[in-house]
Ligand binder design. Structure first.
Ligand code: ATP
Ligand code: MG
Length: 658
C-alpha cells in the first residue's frame, strides 16, 4: 500500500502521498487539491467532502464541520461553547464528549465526533485509493500541537474505524518542519539553522521553532493560540454585516441559520478579496424574507474589527521563543504557512513582531500534508527514503503514579516533563512482591483544552513473584512517550542480582613448567528474570465499541455505495433513452423497419414516463432491468448497423490491399 499523510484542516484537508520517489499532493474527485472537511446527512445517504460542501446551505442543519475541533472535546466545556458559535447542528453528549444529532435516513440519529471523523477519513481513503489506483492503509495524520491525549487517541481510533492504520499522529507544524528539512539541500553540518514556523489557519494558530542540521531536526519550542484563525475573521465580518443589515433592511440574520451561513460564506469571500484589494463588496440575493442585501467593506475597517485578534498574535511567538531559549534575533528565518497568513494585516504584524522579513518558501497550503506523507514513508518497511531524524517537544508534563509500599518514599515521578523531547524512553525500577498498578496523569491541566481530565493511562502489572528469600523483586518498567505522543509502557520485567564467579586476569609471567592456578572473584550482575504482563486502559475507545463503530461505518459505506450505484444506473437509463432516440433518427435509421421504429419509440416513451413518475425512486435492479428491456431491441438495430460498418471497413481494406 502507498503511504500517505493528511493535513486534517478545519476548513479543508490536504492529502500527500509518497510515490515516484517523491511526495505528491493529490486531487479529489473534482480535481481540487484540498477537500472540504465536512460531513452531511441526507434522506438516503451521507455527503462527505465536496458533496457535503455543495449541499451545505440547503441542508445546513445536517451538515457538520469543525470536525477536528469537536473530536475528543469534553461536553459542556468552554471549548464546546466556542464550537457552538460555528455549529448548525445540535451538539450532544456522547459518553461525556461532544457528538451531534442529525436527521439521517429520515430519522434523528446521534453520532460521536470520533465517528464523524472516521466517516471523513474513510472518504479521504477512497479519494487516495482512486488517485493512486491501489490500496492504502498506513496513514500519518497531522493534528494541532495543543491536542490532548484524549484527542490524539480519538483521532487514531477514527482512522481505525475508517479501515486505516494510523502509524503516527504528528503535530502539524512539526510535519511542515520535517518537509522543510528533508527537501532543503543546504542545511549546515555544524552550527544548526534555527527556523520559526508560523501556521495561521482557519481555526488555530501555531508557532514552532525548529533547529536543523543536515538530516536532522529538533523542535525547540511550540506554542499555540487554540482559537485564532480565519473563521474568527469571517465571524467578525459577519457580525458587522448582521448589524448593518439590521439597520438598513430590518432583517436579523442571527435568527435564521441559513441566512447567517450565507452571509458567513460571503464574508469569507470578501475577506479574501480584501487580501488583494483595499475595498470589497458584498451582495446576496434574497438572503431572507426576500430581501436582497448589499454593502461593502474597506481593508482598514476589517483591520479595525479584528484588532483584538491581531493584538494576540505576539503571544505564541514569545512563548515558543521562550521555551526554545532564544530571541527572535537569533532566528535564521521565519517560514509562514496557512491560508490566513495571506491576510496583509497578519503578515505585517508578524514581520513586525519578529522584526524580520517573512519567508514563504514552503507551499502555504500543502507543506503539512507533504511532511506528513514523508513521515509515513519513513515508517514504511518497503520504501527507502532519505534518512531524516526528528524530535518533537512535549507541551504538557506527564507523571506516573503508584501506591508506595513499606519504606518507599516516593509514589510518583514526573517521567515526561513539559518541554521534554519525544519520542523518548525511560526505565524505572520498583521493588514489589506482588502484582501492582501504575497510572499516568497530566501533572497539571494548565494549557490543556478546558474539560480535559488528568487521566492518561493505567497499567495493571501482573506476574510478579518475590525473590526466593521472600524479599520484593526489582520490577523494571520501560516507560515510553511514543512517536505519536502516546504514553505507554513498552515492556515490564523482573530483574535480580545474581552472583557470578569471574576469572581474574593474571598477566604475570609464567615460569617454565609451572602450572598457573586460575583465580576467581565474585561479582554481582543484574539479570532479567521474568517478563511481566501489562494490562492497559487508556483514553482510546474500548475494543467492543471500536468494533461496533467499525461495522457501522462499513455498513453505511455499503449503503452510500448502493445509493450512488442506483443514481448512476438511473442516469445511464436516462442517457440511453436520449442516445438511442437520436440515433434511430440518424445513423440507425436505415437499419430498422418502420414497425421496429414504431415499437422502439413507444418503448422509449413509456420508459421516459416511468422514469419521471413511478420510476423516479426505483431500485438499482429496476433501472438495470428497464435499460436491458430497451437494449433488447436497441442492440438488435445497433448490431445491424455495426456489421454494415464493419463490412464497409473490410471492403475498404481489401481495396487498399489489392
Ligand atoms: P486549521 O489549520 O485551523 O485547522 P485549515 O488548515 O483548514 O485550518 P488553512 O487551509 O490553512 O486552514 O486556511 C484556511 C483559512 O485561510 C480560511 O479561513 C480561509 O478563508 C483563509 N484564506 C485562504 N486564502 C485567503 C486569502 N487570500 N486571504 C485571506 N484569507 C484566506
Ligand atoms: Mg491547517
Amino acid at each position: 500500500s502507498v503511504p500517505f499523510g493528511l493535513d486534517f484542516g478545519n476548513s479543508t484537508s490536504v492529502i500527500g502521498v509518497a510515490r515516484n520517489r517523491g511526495i505528491d499532493v493529490i486531487v479529489n474527485e473534482v480535481s481540487n487539491r484540498s477537500t472540504p472537511s465536512l460531513v452531511a446527512f441526507g434522506n438516503k445517504n451521507r455527503f462527505i467532502g465536496e458533496t457535503a460542501k455543495s449541499q451545505e446551505i440547503s441542508n445546513i442543519k445536517n451538515t457538520v464541520g469543525s470536525l477536528k475541533r469537536i473530536i475528543g472535546t469534553a461536553f459542556g466545556s468552554a471549548e464546546m461553547e466556542v464550537e457552538k458559535k460555528f455549529a448548525n447542528t445540535p451538539l450532544i453528549n456522547v459518553d461525556g464528549q461532544v457528538g451531534v444529532k442529525v436527521k439521517y435516513l429520515g430519522e434523528q440519529t446521534e453520532f460521536s465526533a470520533t465517528q464523524l471523523v472516521a466517516m471523513y477519513l474513510n472518504k479521504i481513503k477512497s479519494t487516495t485509493m482512486t488517485e493512486v489506483k491501489g490500496n492504502v492503509s498506513d496513514i500519518v495524520i497531522a493534528v494541532p500541537a495543543w491536542y490532548s491525549d484524549v484527542q490524539r487517541r480519538a483521532m487514531a481510533d477514527a482512522a481505525v474505524i475508517a479501515g486505516l492504520n494510523p502509524v503516527r499522529i504528528v503535530n502539524d507544524t512539526t510535519a511542515a518542519a520535517v518537509g522543510y528539512g528533508v527537501f532543503k539541500t543546504d542545511l549546515p553540518e555544524d552550527k544548526p539553522k534555527v527556523v520559526a514556523f508560523v501556521d495561521v489557519g482557519h481555526s488555530t494558530y501555531t508557532v514552532s521553532i525548529g533547529s536543523f542540521k543536515k538530516g536532522e531536526l529538533k523542535i525547540l519550542g511550540t506554542a499555540t493560540d487554540k482559537n485564532f484563525g480565519g473563521r474568527d475573521f469571517d465571524y467578525a465580518i459577519t457580525e458587522h454585516f448582521a448589524n448593518i443589515f439590521n439597520d438598513k433592511y430590518k432583517i436579523d440574520i442571527r435568527t435564521n441559520a441559513k441566512a447567517y451561513s450565507r452571509v458567513l460564506a460571503a464574508a469569507e469571500k470578501l475577506k479574501k478579496v480584501l487580501s488583494a484589494n483595499t475595498v470589497a463588496p458584498i451582495n446576496i440575493e434574497s438572503v431572507m424574507e426576500d430581501v436582497d442585501v448589499s454593502s461593502s467593506m474597506k481593508r482598514e475597517e476589517l483591520e479595525e474589527y479584528v484588532q483584538p485578534l491581531l493584538n494576540r498574535l505576539h503571544v505564541p511567538i514569545e512563548a515558543a521563543l521562550k521555551s526554545a531559549g532564544i530571541t527572535a534575533a537569533e532566528l535564521d528565518t521565519v517560514e509562514v504557512i496557512g491560508g490566513s497568513s495571506r491576510i496583509p494585516s497578519i503578515k505585517d504584524k508578524l514581520a513586525e513582531i519578529f522584526d524580520k522579513p517573512l519567508s514563504f518558501t514552503l507551499n502555504q497550503d500543502e507543506a503539512i500534508a507533504r511532511g506528513a506523507a514523508f513521515i509515513c514513508a519513513i515508517h514504511s518497511p518497503t520504501l527507502r527514503v532519505r534518512p531524516f531524524k526528528f524530535e518533537d517537544i512535549n507541551l504538557h508534563s506527564v507523571t506516573y503514579k503508584w501506591d508506595a509500599i513499606a519504606d518507599e518514599d516516593i509514589s510518583e515521578l514526573e517521567v515526561f516533563p513539559k518541554n521534554g523531547f519525544f519520542p523518548s524512553t525511560k526505565i524505572i525500577t520498583l521493588f514489589r512482591s506482588e502484582d501492582f498498578e501504575l497510572e499516568a496523569q497530566y501533572t497539571t491541566l494548565e494549557g490543556l483544552p478546558e474539560g480535559t481530565k488528568s487521566f492518561v493511562g493505567r497499567w495493571a502489572v501482573k506476574g510478579v513473584k518475590p525473590l526466593d528469600n521472600g524479599e520484593p523483586i526489582a520490577c523494571k518498567l520501560k516507560l515510553r512517550n511514543d512517536p505519536s505522543g502516546f504514553y505507554t509502557i513498552e515492556e515490564a520485567y523482573t530483574s535480580e542480582e545474581v552472583e557470578f564467579q569471574e576469572p581474574i586476569e593474571d598477566n604475570s609471567e609464567t615460569k617454565e613448567g609451572e602450572e598457573k592456578e586460575i583465580q576467581y572473584r565474585t561479582v554481582k550482575k543484574w539479570v532479567k528474570r521474568d517478563d511481566l504482563t501489562l494490562v492497559n486502559t487508556h483514553n482510546g475507545l474500548e475494543e467492543s465499541i471500536l468494533t461496533s463503530y467499525t461495522e457501522k461505518e462499513a455498513q453505511m459505506t455499503v449503503e452510500d455505495k448502493l445509493v450512488k450505484d442506483t443514481e448512476d444506473r438511473k442516469n445511464a437509463l436516462e442517457e440511453y433513452i436520449y442516445e438511442i432516440r437520436a440515433k434511430i433518427e440518424e445513423e440507425y435509421s436505415s437499419f430498422a423497419s418502420e414497425a421496429e421504429k414504431e415499437r422502439l419509440s413507444t418503448m422509449l416513451m413509456n420508459a421516459e414516463d416511468w422514469l419521471y413518475d413511478a420510476g423516479e425512486d426505483a431500485s438499482k435492479a429496476q433501472y438495470i432491468a428497464k435499460t436491458e428491456e430497451l437494449q433488447s431491441l436497441g442492440n438488435l438495430i445497433r448490431g445491424r448497423y455495426l456489421s454494415k460498418v464493419e463490412e464497409e471497413r473490410q471492403a475498404k481494406l481489401a481495396k487498399h490491399e489489392a
